[in-house]
Design a protein around this ligand. Structure first.
Ligand code: C2E
Ligand code: MG
Ligand code: MG
Ligand code: MG
Length: 289
């Protein structure tokens, strides 16, 4: 009967809910342990100039080295950490460690002195009233020059409360670091806001790059976003570049930089070191990519 079915549905729903709440609590507890036991680690993915193929910087991507489950990528724990507020501790740790590790590569001349390290900021970190103070502190204790640090903030974070976002960004800018708008094209921005944001870089979301050259609409959108960004004096980075055809299309449309598996997967610090040494040798021997 309908009543019986209703009850079954209810039971199913309720079990499902319990399961997800329990799972959620378990993840929260495990994140606390992971912080205490140093199970978080940083990977770095190079960003490449599409004009001369130099490495312009790296994006910091967190990984969780779980004792039983192996390496866990951020999409499966960042949203929980965001909900529980643990993201503040994790995010502060990421910012400090990324600056420490990359500034040591810059000091050793392994990383070009004009390269940048980018760090992703979550929505909760972005609205943390102590953010600017924390950035200043990290710049001071790690000795990284402010021009070498870039913060990536997703378009959807910025669109939550536009007026508040503009004033937070203005405060961040007083520290001298630069700001990139991440995953651009997925956050329902009104274009009239983009010109009011004190940003330096626009990252075209991977979803537009993915289907080049098969999807003519995505190609048109990508070209238009690059042209618009340049008119607004922004640097443009294409995310998720995987094929030579995508690279050629982006170059044809004057995209400044690219990031993706075509150039490099995210690398451990040791792998990044090796990657940069090889890239430098290739340049002195004047080989082309
Ligand atoms: P994101 O900031 O847009 O980072 C780019 C993601 O795309 C990374 O996934 C990267 O590994 C992946 N990727 C790069 N090139 C390619 C490609 O050619 N093809 C494909 N299919 N994927 C590519 P990852 O590392 O799993 O990170 C996912 C998201 O998690 C990031 O998206 C970012 O929003 C978030 N995240 C990562 N690290 C942190 C962090 O330290 N703090 C915060 N708050 N969020 C982070
Ligand atoms: Mg990012
Ligand atoms: Mg992105
Ligand atoms: Mg993305």
């Amino acid at each position: 009967s309908a009543k019986e079915q209703g009850r079954n549905n209810y039971q199913f729903f309720s079990e499902d809910m319990n399961h997800s709440i329990l799972e959620h609590l378990a993840i929260e507890k495990e994140i606390t342990e992971a912080i205490e036991r140093n199970q978080f680690t940083l990977f770095f993915q190079p960003k490449i100039s599409l004009f001369d193929y130099r490495t312009t910087g790296v994006e910091t991507l967190i990984r969780w080295q779980h004792p039983d489950k192996g390496i866990i990528t951020p999409d499966s724990f960042i949203p929980v950490a965001e909900e529980t507020g643990q993201i503040i501790d994790i995010g502060n740790w990421v910012l400090e460690q990324a600056c420490r590790q990359i500034s040591s590569l810059i000091r050793k001349n392994i990383m070009p002195a004009d390269a940048k390290v980018a760090v992703n900021l979550s929505a909760k970190q972005f609205t943390d009233p102590k953010l600017a103070e924390h950035i200043r502190n990290v710049l001071e204790i790690t000795g990284i020059p402010p021009r070498c640090l870039e913060l990536e903030i997703t378009e959807s974070t910025l669109m939550d409360d536009v007026e508040a976002a503009i004033s937070i960004m203005q405060e961040i800018k007083t520290t001298g670091v630069s700001i990139a708008i991440d995953d651009f094209g997925t956050g329902y921005s009104s274009l009239s806001y983009i010109k009011r944001f004190p940003i330096d870089v626009l990252k075209v979301d991977r979803s537009f790059v993915m289907d080049i050259p098969d999807d003519k609409n995505d190609m048109a959108i990508t070209a238009a976003v690059i042209a618009m960004a340049h008119k607004l004096d922004l640097n443009v980075v294409a995310e998720g570049v995987e094929s030579d055809e995508q690279l050629q299309y982006l170059r044809l449309n004057n995209c400044d930089e690219g990031q993706g598996y075509l150039f490099s997967r995210p690398l451990s610090l040791a792998q990044l070191h090796q990657y940069l040494v090889i890239a430098a040798e290739r340049r002195t021997n004047s080989y082309e990519i």
